[in-house]
Design a protein around this ligand. Structure first.
Ligand code: ACG
Length: 453
């Protein structure tokens, strides 16, 4: 299985309003097949006032700009007929401040007041988020409410069983609509506030228990449901959630390779492979990047080095994910106050014009004729995209990688060497991240060579 993250608005526009939509995604199956991906992750497709969609207005209605529920279901059918699974992004931690539940809560209406978390006297309403100093508490009409992702996204209170029941209903609804599973957004934030002490604190045990119950429900509806966690944290913490949910994004993978390649030594890769890829009771998901970070090509600027990145991605175990456009070398620098920069429309054509081309924002990083369009990449013999396609073919021929693990990780300054096995099948990989010849274990490697033996 190979995953592909799609930011719906930026992907493929079928109704000529310049905004990507469900029909556009259905129209892209030939591309998915050519690229070799068979598991699509859609970023939130629900009704929402924002461009990113993570602040939901209605969990049961698609964003009308993307299509109606019928269009969504037809898209799922087309994907399924072509052997492609679909997982939806589900931010259960919070809703939009314009969601009817929050509006009713602000009016003091039961039962909705208890759907949210309100400040008490001993709480520190000036406390900031630990990673970027943004406020956690927000004041409106004299009432203080908790919103770890800002005032426009109040957190739901899952200590209230009624709120939890709402979450179960949402799971049921989308599984019945035909989705194959979920990407669980912000999984470590469900319980991230210590009510006793009145301060921020992740309650990992409670969170894991929450996800276990969500998964029990999902598995009772569909025993083959697939879910992946978003827990952006140290590998040892990710591990705890992954055991309950079945699959985890391995943030350290993309971070370690980016850092190693920019610093010119494989040490971080060595540390990451040793720490995160041993035998696990769940599937690991290494990935190129996502919509919350600077794009791979804006960090690893050498196409040759990026080809090595894909070599590492496609030879390691689990379910690799590609962030749409990374396969073509799309650029974009993450700015937390202007996140549009990393979710530009996929440039299908060199001229940026033609059927399906989305155009909801201007192109800042991926301009016309800059070589990153799918058209240009497919027509160039040794392009990144062609290389990625070769690697996805390799992956298809080695399905056992899904349940494999990594052993015997070794290195010198520029070469990383590791064995991959599932107990029955196996190979050894040597990858040279440098632009010169290298020698490792008596084996010689060309510049940027990934050798499988
Ligand atoms: C998800 C989505 C994101 C979305 C939301 C909210 C959550 O992907 O698009 O925002 O629905 C934190 C959260 C994540 C969140 C990101 C954006 N992502 O945990 O769930 O923020 C540290 C912290 C992390 C933090 C990260 C952010 O620990 O918790 O992620 O910084 O940079 C090592 C360390 C690791 C450290 C990293 C980076 O890996 O181990 O701990 O992570 O280094 O330093 C969307 C929009 C937003 C909007 C919101 C409502 O995109 O603009 O505000 O919705």
């Amino acid at each position: 299985m190979i995953g592909y993250e799609i930011f719906v608005r930026s992907f493929n526009d079928a109704n000529d309003d310049g905004i990507g939509d469900f029909k556009g995604i259905a129209n892209s199956v030939e591309y998915f097949k050519k690229l070799g991906v068979d598991l699509i992750w859609l970023t939130p497709h629900f009704k929402s006032p924002s461009y990113h969609g993570y602040d939901i207005l209605d969990f049961y209605s698609p964003n009308p700009t993307f299509g109606i529920l019928q269009d969504f279901k037809e898209m799922v059918d087309v994907l399924h007929k072509n052997g492609i699974k679909l997982v939806i992004d589900l931010p259960l931690n919070h809703v939009s401040d314009r969601h009817p539940w929050f509006k009713a809560a602000m009016r003091g209406e039961k039962p909705y007041v208890d759907y949210f978390l309100w400040a008490k006297d001993h709480f520190d309403s000036k406390e900031k988020r630990h990673w970027d100093e943004e406020p956690l508490w927000h004041e409106r009409n004299g009432k203080w409410y908790y919103g770890v992702f800002g005032g426009s996204s109040p957190d739901l209170n899952y200590d209230n069983p009624e709120t939890f029941n709402e979450a179960l209903k949402i799971i049921d609804f989308w599984l019945e609509a035909g989705v194959d599973g979920f990407r669980f957004d912000a999984a470590k934030h469900i319980f991230d506030y210590d009510i006793e002490k009145g301060s921020f604190k992740y309650s990992h045990d409670k969170n894991v228990d929450f996800w276990q119950k969500i998964m029990d429900r999902a598995r009772s509806k569909n025993p083959n449901v697939f879910a992946v966690t978003e827990v952006w944290d140290d590998p040892e913490i990710v591990d705890r959630y992954a055991k309950a949910i079945g699959c985890s994004f391995n943030f350290y993978f993309t971070e370690a390779i980016r850092e190693s390649m920019t610093h010119g030594s494989v040490y971080k890769i060595y540390d990451c492979f040793s720490r995160t890829m041993g035998k696990k009771p769940y599937k690991i998901s290494n990935f190129t990047g996502n919509h919350d970070m600077t794009r791979l090509s804006s960090i690893i600027t050498s196409e040759d080095q990026r080809k090595v990145f894909y070599g590492l991605l496609m030879t390691t175990p689990g379910i690799p994910f590609i962030f749409y456009g990374d396969e073509a070398g799309m650029r974009g620098i993450y700015d937390p106050f202007f996140t549009e920069d990393v979710i530009e429309p996929l440039p299908w054509y060199a001229s940026l014009s033609g059927d399906g081309q989305a155009f909801w924002k201007s192109f800042k990083y991926n301009r016309a004729f800059s070589g990153v369009s799918i058209e240009e990449q497919l027509s160039r013999e040794n392009s990144l995209l062609r290389e990625v396609i070769n690697w996805t073919k390799f992956r298809k021929e080695n399905q056992w990688l899904l349940n494999a693990w990594v052993e015997d990780v070794r290195h010198n300054t520029f070469v990383i060497s590791y064995a991959v096995t599932d107990g029955n099948n196996g190979y050894k990989v040597l990858a040279n991240i440098a632009g010169h010849h290298e020698q490792f274990d008596g084996i010689s490697l060309k510049p940027y060579e990934v050798k499988i033996i």
